[in-house]
Design a protein around this ligand. Structure first.
Ligand code: CA
Length: 246
């Protein structure tokens, strides 16, 4: 039993990017005590790498960081993801400046701040993100070389031959194709394809990936591959020179 003390975080992943060790340790301690799963970085490049590989549910990002500033990290994350970002700044004047720059952070806190307020902001940002409507699928029909997938009819064709799949297999395939070239963790795929209310095991994703691969074994001319990125997740790579058409 997790009990009330650990209920708030419910295993949601928070990435802490902060070079001040004392601040990082305090925040990590309090987040972990509430049931959040915390990963940490003490520099900008490290933070950006973890934001990509761990697909956190929330990023806490210090503004003043070595090597790559929080400003640059924020911009880079925003180009790839809608993950909520809570920025930490050393002075109120900095927060104002950062807001003015429109970096795309969702909230700002000025140091020093109380842990209670920090935890409340984290919880509020996650609640807001979970309530936000899921983006509409960007394409109804995609084509890559001899492969076609139609979201309305749920029809998959390779070389004009139908490849039968379950609705879930189709959704997973469609997501991977329309987000090709990017690594997706099992948890991220679970959320994107099975939905935030599904609380099953992320092994489900591995099983469905295996089924998809098996279905496509009969089609050596398939213009993409679903690759396993060891320790991270999966990435669908298009064959070189074969563009995706929507
Ligand atoms: Ca700093």
């Amino acid at each position: 039993m997790s009990g009330q003390a650990t209920s708030q975080g419910r295993g949601r992943r928070v990435l802490l990017v902060e070079d001040e060790e004392a601040v990082r340790m305090t925040l990590r301690y309090n987040l972990a005590a509430q049931g959040y799963v915390v990963s940490e970085a003490s520099s900008g490049p490290e933070g950006l790498a973890l934001a990509r590989s761990r697909t956190p549910d929330l990023v806490v990002l210090d503004l003043m960081l070595p090597e790559l500033s929080g400003e640059d990290v924020c911009r880079a994350i925003r180009q790839e993801s809608d993950v909520p970002i809570l920025m930490l700044t050393a002075r109120a004047a900095e927060s104002d400046k950062v807001v003015g720059l429109g970096l795309g952070a969702d909230d700002y806190m000025t140091k020093p701040f109380g842990v209670k307020e920090f935890m409340a902001r984290v919880a509020a940002l996650l609640r807001r993100a979970e309530r936000a409507p899921q983006p509409e699928p960007q394409a109804q029909r995609v084509q890559v070389g001899n492969f076609t997938a139609d979201a309305e009819s749920r029809l998959v064709l390779v070389d004009q031959r139908e490849v039968k799949m379950s609705p879930r297999e189709f959704s997973l395939l469609f997501f991977l194709v329309t987000h090709h070239g990017r690594v997706h963790s099992r948890d991220a795929l679970l959320r994107a394809v099975w939905g935030p209310d599904f609380h099953g095991d992320s092994k489900t994703v591995a099983v469905h990936i295996r089924w998809l691969r098996e279905k496509f074994e009969a089609f050596p001319s398939l213009p993409f591959r679903i690759n396993t990125v060891f320790g991270v997740g999966y990435r669908l790579d298009l064959a070189p020179g074969v563009p995706l058409q929507r």
